[in-house]
Design a binder for this molecule. Structure first.
Ligand SMILES: Cc1cc2nc3c(=O)[nH]c(=O)nc-3n(C[C@H](O)[C@H](O)[C@H](O)COP(=O)(O)OP(=O)(O)OC[C@H]3O[C@@H](n4cnc5c(N)ncnc54)[C@H](O)[C@@H]3O)c2cc1C
Length: 417
């Protein structure tokens, strides 16, 4: 008889577990509380800009091996697109200075030895000072591990770690920052090519996964919130939803892939992160200038990354708690002014149709204190496993971490056989 897996939560963590289990022969049923699939990584039609937009601009890197393998497994690896080389144009909008960080194509960070390819006004010694981050423990602060000031910090380390950790880097976990540095900068340009979901997050990372599951006889139920686990002995016996219950057979398994607060409510006593940080995205309906680069790093202003999409300029601001209560119009205008400078728009055009998306709990707080609260995938029930970007993946809350957590939960299920 075909074994059954129930996946609770249709974010990237749940979907990656679902796809892996479906490909291994399980009949997979996904249960999602809301009416949307994709969780914190999804597209939707926005009437203010009259465009389909993503809830947030998601940047992947070519070294995100689990995320890329997931896209490959659902047939959409080609939908993750970026420049052929690991090149990052940057603009400092406070001084007008622009530079190109060219990490090359190799497997080693040899670019640091080439003055022409280093961040302007930095020396080899500045890069060597980052070495302690590579082997730092998770209990240490970034600020106690490397110098958090100076030109290299302002122009490269701060933007990279802020984007990855979603906290002000000095307060972040050095262990998590070290994992990022090991898997990106230290792995050379071949691991650092920036990639974005060309046709939108849902089209590339979400909808094809659902199709694969359905083609294999699985299902997805929306508006199907899990309210309670009923356990007997060392196993979950029943899943209680608002309106119905599902009894589990002896071989059935469950992967709980919901955010930490929901997981803690369903599993009293579970240790989870309790603090979160916001990410702010602003989308402007405006045709990018012909020479606009797809992704521009911006320093010296409010904006951190500027993305050029067809008909749209779009902005990401991490660690955005300071902006969540700012009046929307005021925020849109402030961001638009930065966009005009960064994109070099002539004469600061009037504010075009815009949308601001403020995800208040975008990621768990990547501090040593919160990182210590992340549980593994195994629970006290032998047929229940945890997934989620907030579980102990060794990475900050990212797509790569989410897929790793989903893969790990699925592998634990498969190892039971
Ligand atoms: C604005 C923004 C920008 C980001 N940018 C990047 C980036 O550039 N690069 C990157 O790698 N990562 C980025 N991230 C992080 C990335 O989006 C997340 O790490 C990832 O999407 C988390 O997936 P998840 O499946 O673990 O959780 P979620 O996406 O939160 O999925 C959990 C799902 O469970 C559902 N659920 C909750 N409770 C229940 C219940 N009781 N029953 C059934 N379902 C339930 C929820 O509705 C949700 O759909 C960004 C995040 C945000 C918000």
């Amino acid at each position: 008889m075909q074994k059954t897996a129930h996946i609770i939560g249709a974010g990237i963590s749940g979907l990656s577990a679902a796809v892996r289990l479906a490909n291994a022969g399980y009949r997979v049923h996904v249960h999602e509380a809301t009416q949307q699939i994709g969780g914190r990584c999804r597209s939707y039609f926005d009437s203010a800009t009259n465009l389909t937009i993503d809830n947030g601009n998601h940047l992947l890197l070519s070294g995100n091996s689990h995320a890329l393998a997931y896209a490959r497994s659902i047939g959409t690896e080609d939908g993750l697109v970026g420049p052929k080389q690991a090149q990052f144009p940057f603009a400092d909008i406070s001084t007008g200075q622009r530079w190109l960080l060219d990490l090359g194509e190799g497997k080693l960070p040899l670019w640091v030895f080439d003055e022409a390819r280093r961040v302007p006004d930095t020396s080899l010694r500045d890069y060597l000072a980052l070495a302690p981050l590579v082997w730092a423990g998770t209990g240490k602060l970034v600020g106690d591990t490397i110098p958090c000031k100076g030109t290299l910090y302002d122009r490269l380390v701060q933007p990279l770690l802020l984007a990855a950790l979603n906290v002000d880097p000095p307060e972040g976990s050095a262990g998590l920052a070290g994992a990022i540095v090991r898997e990106t900068l230290l792995a050379g340009g071949q691991a650092c090519r920036p990639l974005i979901a060309r046709d939108g997050l849902s089209a590339v990372l979400v909808d094809p996964a659902i199709k694969l599951l359905q083609d294999k006889g699985g299902s997805i139920q929306l508006g199907h919130e899990l309210r309670k686990f009923v356990t007997a002995g060392d196993a979950v016996k029943e899943l209680q939803f608002g309106t119905d219950t599902i009894a589990l057979g002896p071989e059935d398994v469950v992967v709980l892939a919901v955010p930490p607060r929901g997981a803690a409510a369903l599993l009293p006593g579970l240790k989870t992160p309790t603090k979160f940080r916001a990410i702010v995205n602003a989308h402007f309906r405006y045709d990018p200038p012909r020479d606009a680069v797809p992704i521009l790093g911006v320093v010296g202003g409010l904006v951190e990354w500027l993305f050029a999409f067809p008909q749209r300029l779009s902005v990401t601001i991490s660690n955005g708690d300071r902006l969540v209560d700012m009046p929307r119009e005021e925020l849109a205008l402030a961001i638009w002014r930065d966009v005009c400078k960064a994109a070099g728009l002539p004469g600061e055009p009037e504010l075009p149709p815009w949308q601001i998306v403020r995800e208040r709990r975008a990621t768990f707080e990547a501090t040593p204190e919160q990182n210590a609260l992340r549980p593994g995938a195994v629970t006290s029930s032998r047929n229940l496993f945890l997934a989620g970007d907030w579980t102990d993946t060794g990475l900050p809350a990212t797509i790569e971490g989410s897929v790793r957590s989903g893969d790990r939960a699925a592998d634990l299920v498969l190892a039971r056989r």
